[in-house]
Design a protein. Sequence first.
Length: 205
Amino acid sequence: MDNNPVNTTFRFASRDLEAFPDDGKRYEIIDGELYVSRQPHFCHQVVCLNVAMKLQQWSAQTGLGRAVAAPGLIFADDDDVAPDVIWIGNQRLGKALGTDGKLHTAPELIIEVLSPGSANERRDREAKLKLYSRRGVEEYWIVDWRRRQVDVFSRTVEGLIPTAVLSGADLLSSPLLPEFSCPVSDFFEGVPAEKQESDRRTIQE
């Protein structure tokens, strides 16, 4: 998702989001800094849907939790975000879901799908990684549909650290999701082949 910080010394809070228009953009606050997202690329949305569907299919079979796309996640007044996809177990969901319809406790798993641009990569690979690490997320997947790969970060005593880079026929599994296994390539079904090649050339150039 195309997402750039608004440079300012003012620290934004959750209540400030109410003043922004309902214009289809996504407004998020990370450590008091405002990030504004434009409408995402078609392929970005295809991948988000694929990921959510794979997780929800497993959830429906096991009854252990739910996958949700772009939920409101308010850790604190100055940390208010909307991840692309989350998975949360039933027990944690009961405690996390507030009367405002937003989550107020970290889900076990968060997935962000990258959008092009260095600012977007810094947001997901640095700002959000730090946020999710300090707020108690157990696992974090960064999905890059242009490179067709998934970077996995898992919790240790030091926080979230990189533990795998998967692509192609590699199977993605997680200790959070018993017996869940999915080829990484399944996440990219429906992404036009010609678009993949075009974006690959752009990255190389």
